[in-house]
Ligand binder design. Structure first.
Ligand SMILES: *Cc1c(COP(=O)(O)O)cnc(C)c1O
Length: 377
C-alpha cells in the first residue's frame, strides 16, 4: 500500500507571496552575493535567536558545518581528530574530513540519545593528544540537556565546541534559551526535510562576531573586504530566492512549531504506556519528527510494518549510524576503538514517527493506532 501519510510534509509560502518576492528580486536586479533579501534574512535570523548572536547564511547546512570547522579550527593536520557521535547524519563526519580531520566517534547517552559526555571523557583520556575539537550534535534538533557540562568540558580542554543543530531551528535548551545561542557556534540546515525549510539553505550563528566574519570569507572564495583571497574558501552562498522563501517562512514559524508540539504531546499521552520511550526535551524542540525507542528489535519491526500497512510512512533515524555506512566502515583509519554499544542498541530499537505542521487529528490518530497495534502484536 502506498503511504498517504508521508514522513515529511513541508510547508511552502503561498504562490502569491512568492510572486511578490520574485518581482522584488527582479526589481533589485540582484540574484545572489549577499543581496537585499539575504541581508534581510540574516538580520531576521539574528533577531529570532536573540542573545546578541551574529549570523551568516549558507547554501545548505553541510556548507555551514564545513565553514564552522574551518573558522573555529583551521585546516586539520594529519592525525588530528574531531570528537563526534556516530549516531547522527553522515554530513557531520564529511564536514570534518573535508577539512582534514578524522572523526573520532563517541557513543551516545542511553537516556537522552545525545552524545555521551562520559564517552567523550574516555576518548580524551585515550586520544587526547589527537583531538582538536568537538562536533557536538543536538540529536534530532533537540537541545542537549547537558549543554552546560559540554561547554565546561570544552572550556577546560581549550577545545572549540561546534554544535550541529541542523534540524533544531526554533528549539530550546532546558533553561529556555534558544538553540543557536551556545558553544563556539551553532549551525542550522533549512533543507526541505527540516521544520524550518527553504528547500536548500543553512545558517551559522555565534555570539563571536570574529567567527562569523571568517565563515563569511570562507563561503565567498576566501575573499576579504578588498577581494583578496586570504583563506581556502569555496562558494557557500545562499541565493536571493532561498533568502526570500526564508523571509516568508519565518513569521508563521512559532505557530507552526506549536502545532507540531501539540501532535507530539498526543503521541506521548497515548503511546508512552505502550513500551515506547520518547526523547528528553523533545517537547520544547521544533520536532522534525518524533522518535521513540521500542523494547527490542522485534517490537521495532512490528511497529514499522504495522505503520507501513496502515499507509503511514515512518523511518528509523539514524540507522545505520555513520560508522556502519560503507565509506566509513571501509576506511580502517576512521574506525575507532571506542565502545559504541549504546549507539548500536539505539539503532536496533528506534522508530521515527511523522510530525507535520497542523497535522489533522484523523492522521495523528492513525499514527497512534498503527504504533499501538504494532506494539500489541
Ligand atoms: C540535515 C542535516 C545536515 C545537513 O544539512 P543540509 O542542509 O542537508 O546540508 C547536517 N547534520 C545533521 C545532523 C542534519 O540533520
Amino acid at each position: 500500500m502506498t503511504s498517504d501519510i508521508p514522513f515529511i510534509r513541508p510547508t511552502f509560502p503561498e504562490p502569491a507571496e512568492f510572486a511578490a518576492e520574485y518581482a522584488e528580486i527582479i526589481e533589485n536586479n540582484w540574484f545572489s552575493n549577499f543581496g537585499p533579501k539575504e541581508q534581510q534574512f540574516r538580520r531576521a535570523l539574528e533577531k529570532y535567536v536573540g542573545h546578541d548572536v551574529h549570523a551568516a547564511t549558507f547554501g545548505n547546512g553541510t556548507l555551514a558545518l564545513m565553514a564552522a570547522v574551518q573558522a573555529c579550527l583551521g585546516h586539520g593536520r594529519p592525525g588530528q581528530r574531531l570528537l563526534m557521535p556516530s549516531f547522527t547524519f553522515v554530513a557531520v563526519a564529511q564536514a570534518a574530513i573535508w577539512n582534514g580531520y578524522q572523526p573520532l566517534f563517541i557513543d551516545v547517552d542511553a537516556d537522552t540519545w545525545q552524545p555521551s559526555i562520559d564517552s567523550a571523557r574516555e576518548a580524551l583520556a585515550r586520544h587526547g593528544d589527537e583531538v582538536a575539537g568537538v562536533l557536538l550534535t543536538n540529536a534530532f534538533g533537540v537541545g542537549n540537556p547537558q549543554i552546560d557540562a559540554w561547554e565546561a568540558l570544552a572550556g577546560e580542554r581549550g577545545l572549540p565546541l561546534v554544535i550541529d543543530s541542523a534540524a533544531g531551528f526554533g528549539s530550546r535548551y532546558v533553561d529556555g534559551a534558544p538553540v543557536g545561542s551556545r558553544g563556539t557556534c551553532e549551525i542550522f540546515s533549512f533543507h526541505a526535510t527540516k521544520p524550518f525549510a527553504v528547500g536548500e539553505g543553512g545558517a551559522l550563528v555565534s555570539r563571536d562576531p570574529e567567527v562569523v566574519r571568517r565563515v563569511t570569507e570562507f563561503q565567498n572564495f576566501g575573499f576579504d573586504a578588498s577581494r583578496a583571497s586570504v583563506m581556502l574558501g569555496l562558494n557557500g552562498k545562499l541565493s536571493e530566492f532561498g533568502a526570500a522563501v526564508g523571509l516568508r517562512q519565518l513569521p508563521g514559524l512559532d505557530d507552526r512549531l506549536a502545532s507540531r508540539q501539540r501532535v507530539f504531546a498526543r503521541y506521548v499521552a497515548e503511546l508512552a504506556d505502550e513500551g515506547l520511550q520518547f526523547q528528553h526535551n523533545a517537547a520544547s524542540s521544533s520536532l522534525c519528527f518524533a522518535s521513540v525507542t521500542c523494547v527490542d528489535t522485534d517490537h521495532k519491526q512490528r511497529v514499522l510494518s504495522q505503520l507501513e500497512s496502515d499507509g503511514v510512512q515512518a523511518r528509523d533515524y539514524y540507522n545505520p549510524p555513520i560508522h556502519r555506512h560503507p565509506y566509513f566502515a571501509d576506511v580502517p583509519a576512521l574506525t575507532t576503538s571506542m565502545d559504541l554499544s549504546v549507539t548500536s542498541d539505539l539503532c536496533a530499537r528506534i522508530v521515527s514517527l511523522p510530525v507535520h505542521d497542523r497535522m489533522p487529528d484523523a492522521q495523528v490518530e492513525r499514527v497512534i493506532r498503527g504504533a499501538r497495534v504494532g506494539t500489541r502484536r
